[in-house]
Design a binder for this molecule. Structure first.
Ligand SMILES: Cc1ncc(COP(=O)(O)O)c(C=O)c1O
Length: 443
């Protein structure tokens, strides 16, 4: 089976995949489970578009689930990776490039005299990043329990899957089989934006909570943005109780602002500084790369300096680092302005199209990220996100696909614009939306 096999269709590609790959996919949401139909089998992606095995091109609003801030296969990023590849694929040793990337991140996270992070450790996936952040928090405090919020997704490590967003929300699961009860029991899952629930949790578990972990802005059960002051409240509460605050910026980092969600909120008056931040997606420009950053004293608990162990054969892989460095170098103010403008244009066309068909809906925003929910009332927490006419999304999604636009195959995901969504791409989205709105109305 090759990408140029002219007999290949998405159906035949999916059938062959299912015979050798569980569900035919290497990450569940790709299976189109909640929207039905045959998943696309993609062979290439450039700029704002992806192309499937049949040669059909779609304007893409998945952006590899976030990394493609500049658009797919930006020529300078591809060139940087190719030059790195020619020097060797992996060394299992330190490289100058990984220091350069850490310097770039530390610089970006210096906002208004506040230093978001002082040290950065690179890993390969967001899952590893959050898993390690939790371990540092436990190592720093000598405590075991963590607080997470319902509908927030922090990757698929055992302790973080309870009432999780992303594919777990898409499949409507409470968590995962295979997670030992004693491990799940160390995670307290609270409703988001609920200060009383946080206070009550600390009161009920005195001296036992190591950390609160929250997404920058929740973006894995649709957008669940923090209400004004909520993250400040979380940091103050955590610190008063001797716990750490971990801001998971795997999705929002370097996407909503040059300094991520934290930078976005600082620019709007927030005063908090997280103890640890996690990054992924954009930091690797489309290659497997992620990181944990934070205060030097916490980060230096990591081996080889401290007692908290963490390691990785491919951590700081030179190709991934080359993609990350080039992406961050290119992601200047113009890029963020372009993504913001493209996002505002699509959001306004979306709401206009749904309103014209009388489809009850609400859009939720976190900077340039947005999602749609088929309900009228705003979405404040995971219960709200689940309380919608989600069944309208399948027909909506397939009408967009039929008109050449590839959306995230779940209503619980954000729509990702990129700096490569030019007028032509945005016009194609605007032309497809009325058809999709009609399909949603008729659902
Ligand atoms: C906020 C957040 N944290 C962690 C992760 C896990 O990252 P990865 O899929 O690279 O393991 C994701 C992935 O979507 C995410 O959105």
């Amino acid at each position: 089976m090759s990408a140029t096999d002219s007999a290949l269709t998405n159906e035949t590609a999916a059938a062959r995949a299912r015979a050798v790959i569980p569900g035919g996919v290497n990450s569940p949401v790709r299976a189109f489970g909640s929207v039905g139909g045959t998943p696309l089998s993609i062979v290439s992606a450039h700029g704002a578009t992806v192309t499937d095995v049949t040669g059909r091109e779609y304007v893409d609003l998945v952006a590899s689930w976030g990394p493609a801030l500049l658009g797919h296969a930006h020529p300078r990023v591809v060139d940087a990776v190719q030059r790195a590849a020619a020097r060797g694929l992996s060394f299992g040793a330190s490289t100058p490039g990984e220091t350069e990337l850490a310097e770039l991140v530390v610089e970006r996270l210096a906002v208004d005299g506040a230093r978001g992070i002082e040290r950065l450790r690179l890993v390969s996936t967001g899952t590893e990043a959050t898993m390690t952040a939790i371990r540092i928090a436990r190592g720093a405090t000598g405590r075991d329990v963590i607080i997470k919020f319902a509908g927030h997704y922090h990757g698929h490590s055992d302790g973080l899957l309870a009432e999780s967003g992303s594919g777990v929300a898409t499949l409507g699961l409470p968590g995962s089989a295979g997670v030992p009860a004693p491990i799940a029991g160390l995670t307290l899952v609270l409703p988001y934006n609920d200060r009383a629930a946080v206070r009550d949790a600390f009161a009920a578990h005195p001296g036992r909570i190591a950390a609160i972990i929250a997404e920058g802005a929740g973006a894995n059960a649709g957008i669940l943005a923090p209400e004004d002051g909520f993250n400040d409240f979380l940091v103050e509460t955590a610190h008063r109780e001797g716990a750490l605050f971990i801001l998971d910026e795997v999705l929002t980092g370097f996407r909503v602002d040059p300094a991520g969600w934290w930078g976005h909120e600082r620019a709007r008056g927030a005063g908090y500084v997280p103890d640890l931040l996690t990054f992924g997606k954009v930091i690797g420009g489309g290659m497997p790369l992620a990181g944990i950053g934070g205060r030097a004293d916490f980060m230096e608990l990591l081996a080889p300096l401290g007692p908290v162990y963490q390691a990785g054969t491919l951590s700081g892989n030179p190709l991934a680092v080359a993609a990350g460095v080039e992406t961050l170098r290119l992601a200047d103010a113009g890029v963020y302005a372009a993504v913001d403008a493209a996002s505002a244009r699509v959001a306004s066309a979306l709401t206009a199209a749904l309103a014209a068909e009388g489809v009850a809906h609400t859009l939720s925003f976190a900077g340039n990220l947005f999602s749609v929910a088929f309900r009228e009332a705003p979405v404040r927490d995971y219960d709200d996100a689940k309380d919608q006419e989600a069944w309208r999304y399948g027909p909506f999604f397939h009408a967009m696909l039929a008109h050449g636009v590839s959306l995230p195959p779940s209503v619980f995901e954000a729509w990702f614009l990129t700096a490569a969504h030019d007028d032509d791409a945005l016009t194609r989205i605007e032309e497809a939306l009325p058809h999709a709105a009609r399909a949603a109305a008729a659902a």
